[in-house]
Ligand binder design. Structure first.
Ligand code: ARG
Ligand code: ZN
Length: 867
């Protein structure tokens, strides 16, 4: 039952308006929908039936025109509602019953901590009522909500509030109207007992917009940062993209139970509370950054997603890739561009590259899906954003902006495709992007090889760059992509001597050579500056040259990346050593390069922190055909300890300097300083001496903010120390009433690599504060264990796999969407040794054979097993 892009046809019927009424009760919700339907004469004739999507809805009453239809007069399938003959234009009224209190899938209408809320993207509206639930059917919505006034004083939907009043039996009602046509996936409803934090924003044309954030009363004091971020987003989109907000009201609601990060419903965003609530005592600096980014992301969707929407779900990256690019730029403009770029690339390399090399590999514009929710992937989002970034790089900032303006001008109010986007960019720039389009249709990560020759006599440098993309189930033969390579040449004193016309090399064939004249000897090339293309690069740079780039490249990203490459090489040597039982040693050039970085007075502290942080075990594993989890763990630990021993004095100095930072200060400098202190602490922890344990514990006790507190707790959990137990207890006592902080308490324990961790995780599943109904809690325990703790998850006896599969099977009955994400940890089973491969495959088969498995999990597991 997969759906294919090639089968796309425009809809047979349009639904011009839909007037909804929701009568909310404790035991049931009655939904009444009144639609004006119009045949699409380009697609359909008088014999074309009207088919609406309809799932789990219990239909009570149907009226077509002025005729009441009896159950035999319409056709009802498991997932559709059908009328065989309908006039060209008519009205249809459908009444149905829902039981949101039993909806644990968190899709459609459900309850979270007593609040009614909805999640319709991608195909959840059909779980609320019968509709043509596809993004190219755009309708004008109105929504009446009635409910008990004491239990649900706040009643919200999209657009503007146009009416409200009292009803009998202590009930009240409101009516909302959204003046903008929209697809059903952008519909939202919220009803609950929430407090409202208010502010306003004056747009560039002088309109005053009301900004409302709704949260549970106890979280009233944690909304300041989200509100400030919203105002920053609104101002930034005006300045950078000329986009003004369109309604008079912007509402955000924070809910505790949410499958994803947040949702851009028109005028009524619903957020995972994790991306709204923050105070320095409860949220880390990273949480603050994430909130700003996600608030921005959802706000930017108002233009890239809502005003210009999707023709079909295969185009998802049209809005997601573009909106991620926009939120990345927002964060980069308001904070440190280099720090942002480094974390995004690290994320891409650890999560998207493996996805693109495994059974779930798909092009940025997928060609088929069984369950659309499974395609909200790293590829669609993050690689999609890289594709937009490359266009930005190729066209330059001004022309790109010109293209964006043309895009909004052409397609405002319409449902379009990635092809429409590219075409618009070509038209605006007058360039040919025909080969570039392959980035949307061809899957896999290209490998780019760079080889140099230098002719001393002629002072001539030749750089040969070649690309290949390994074949996969999507394409047997891969074509050459259009790859932009930001480029520079540094002479031996570190001076940039790049010829002006060569700051961007464009590779459009399998192989190309560039020849540079009059180049002094010992010149070092810097390639893919700022990570200008999502590729795996293989260069012939020596360790000395990498150390040189680490110190001198004027591209901050490449300075960081040079350090990473040095670490990878060092760890690789250590791994081979371990495998042949040699006595390991760490080479002095790594220590020297690190020491130099730590003593560099010009280096920003946040960048220094990134530079001295070793790649994590998953990132290292990605470099190998067959991943040896034990060797990787030991090699990385050994390198960490050796560095700690050599540079202990410098790390201690950094840690001592940390006490000067005000724990409530959220400026870039304060956050940068904290990140550096944490990086230094992590080395000191590796010393495993009683004194170092004491230092970490002192740090924990005197923290004063969550960034310090949780990081020191993480370190304590990862060592065998008398302080670990007491610290965990103290933290629990202090924070057990705050669910977002408790998530962190579960995470630090799930991420530990000390002996006994698996048993600990098993017992945490039975902890009274653990629940299978809350996605954040599941992610913080089960997710962290499966995805970020390879050393324990892959323990050789397979006990980790067994436990994980047990949980997956149970959880699928509660929340298939989250379960499908979890089960993806088995996707890479072929990358491990024969024994582990077998053990994982057996678990996959076991899951596959479960009766009544969800579509979501079925799709992932059957792809993993290679069906
Ligand atoms: N459009 C939302 C965002 O990117 C994500 C919604 C995903 N929902 C889902 N069921 N897959 O902000
Ligand atoms: Zn999005």
């Amino acid at each position: 039952e997969p759906k294919y892009l090639k089968d796309y046809r425009p809809p047979a019927y349009w639904i011009d308006t839909i007037d909804l009424q929701f009568d909310l009760y404790e035991k049931e919700v009655i939904v009444t929908s009144f639609m004006k339907i119009q045949r699409n004469n380009e697609q359909a004739g008088e014999h074309t039936p009207l088919v609406l999507n309809c799932q789990d809805a219990d239909i009570l009453h149907v009226v077509a025109g002025d005729m009441v239809l009896l159950p035999g007069e319409y056709e009802r399938g498991e997932d559709y509602f059908k009328l065989n003959r309908v006039p060209e234009q008519f009205t249809l009224e459908i009444k149905n019953r829902l039981t949101p209190q039993n909806n644990t899938s968190l899709e459609g209408l459900y309850k979270s901590s007593g609040t009614f809320c909805t999640q319709c993207e991608a195909e959840g509206f059909r779980k609320i009522t019968c509709f043509s639930d596809r993004p190219d059917v755009m309708s004008r919505f109105s929504c009446i909500i009635t409910a008990d006034e004491n239990k649900y004083p706040v009643l919200l939907s999209n657009g503007n509030l146009v009416k409200k009043g009292k009803l009998e039996n202590n009930r009240h009602y409101v009516k909302w109207e959204d003046p903008f046509k929209k697809p059903s996936y952008l519909f939202a409803l919220v009803a609950g007992d929430l407090v409202c934090i208010k502010d306003t924003f004056t747009t560039c044309s002088g309109r005053e917009i009301d900004l409302h954030i709704y949260v549970e009363a106890e979280n009233k004091d944690k909304c300041g940062h989200a509100m400030a971020s919203l105002k920053q987003s609104m101002a930034w989109d005006e300045q950078r993209f000329g986009r003004e907000y369109d309604l008079d009201l912007y509402q955000i609601v924070a809910v505790n139970d949410f499958n994803m990060g947040a949702m851009e419903n028109k005028g009524l965003n619903v957020f995972n509370s994790k991306y709204v609530l923050a105070r320095p005592e409860t949220a880390t600096d990273q949480d603050f950054m994430n909130i700003q980014g996600v608030i921005g992301h959802e706000y930017f969707h108002n233009w890239t997603g809502n005003r210009v929407t999707l023709q079909n779900w295969f185009q998802l990256s049209l809005k997601e890739g573009l909106t991620v690019f926009r939120d990345q730029e927002f964060t980069a403009d308001l904070n440190s561009r280099a720090v942002k770029r480094i974390s995004d690339v690290k994320n891409l390399r650890t999560l998207q590259f493996p996805e693109d090399a495994g059974p779930m590999s798909h092009p940025v514009r997928p060609e088929s899906y069984i369950e659309m929710n499974n395609f909200y992937t790293m590829t669609v989002y993050e690689k999609g954003a890289e594709v937009i970034r490359m266009i930005h790089e190729i066209l330059g900032r001004e022309i790109f902006r010109k293209g964006m303006d043309l895009y909004f001008h052409r397609f405002d109010g319409r449902a379009v495709t990635t092809e429409d986007f590219i075409q618009t960019m070509e038209d605006a720039a007058g360039v040919d992007l025909s080969r570039f389009r392959l980035w949307y249709s061809q899957s896999g990560t290209p490998r780019v090889t760079v080889r140099r020759t230098y002719n001393e006599k002629r002072r001539q440098l030749t750089i040969k760059i070649a690309q290949t993309t390994p074949p996969d189930h999507n394409q047997q033969q891969k074509k050459a992509l259009h790859i932009p390579i930001k480029f520079g040449l540094l002479d031996k004193n570190g001076k940039d001597i790049t010829p002006p016309e060569h700051h961007l090399l464009e590779l459009k064939s399998l192989e190309k050579e560039w020849v540079f004249d009059d180049i002094p000897s010992e010149t070092v090339p810097s390639l893919f500056r700022g990570f200008s293309a999502p590729v795996i690069m293989d260069t012939d740079l020596t360790c000395e040259e990498l150390s040189f780039l680490m110190a001198h490249d004027n591209d901050a990203f490449n300075r960081w990346d040079a350090a990473q490459q040095l670490y990878f090489r060092e760890i690789d040597t250590l791994i081979s050593g371990l495998q042949s039982h040699a006595t390991p040693t760490v080479s002095s050039h790594v220590i020297n390069a690190l020491e130099k970085a730590l003593k560099d007075p010009h280096m920003d502290r946040a960048l220094m922190a990134k530079t001295i942080t070793l790649p994590d075990e998953n990132e290292i594993g990605e470099k190998y055909e067959i991943i040896d989890v034990d060797a990787i763990h030991s090699a990385r630990q050994f390198l960490r300890q050796s560095i700690a021993k050599e540079l202990e004095g410098l790390f201690m100095e950094i840690i001592d300097s940390g006490s000067a930072v005000d724990p409530k200060d959220l400026s870039h400098n304060a956050m940068a300083h904290r990140s550096l202190v944490n990086a230094a602490l992590s080395y000191v922890a590796a010393l495993e001496s009683p004194q170092s344990q004491e230092i970490i514990y002192q740090h924990f006790i005197s923290s004063g903010n969550m960034t310090r507190e949780i990081f020191s707790l993480t370190l304590l959990c990862d060592m065998t120390s008398p302080f670990t137990g007491p610290a965990l207890e103290q933290f629990y006592e202090k924070w057990h009433t705050d669910p977002l902080v408790m998530d962190k308490w579960f995470s630090v324990q799930a991420g530990a690599t000390v002996p006994g961790t698996l048993d600990k995780i098993k017992s945490l599943c039975r902890h009274p504060d653990f629940t299978w109904k809350n996605p954040n809690r599941i992610r913080s325990l089960i997710g962290v264990f499966g995805m970020t703790n390879p050393f324990v998850f892959h323990q050789a006896d397979g006990a980790g796999y067994q436990f994980f599969a047990d949980k997956v099977i149970d959880l699928d009955k509660i929340n298939p969407q989250i379960t499908a994400r979890m089960v993806s940890v088995f996707n890479r089973y072929k990358r491990y040794d024969a024994r582990r491969r077998e053990l994982m495959k057996n678990q996959l088969k076991r899951i596959h054979d479960v009766r009544g498995l969800s579509r979501d999990v079925y799709e992932i597991v059957s792809r993993a097993l290679g069906e």
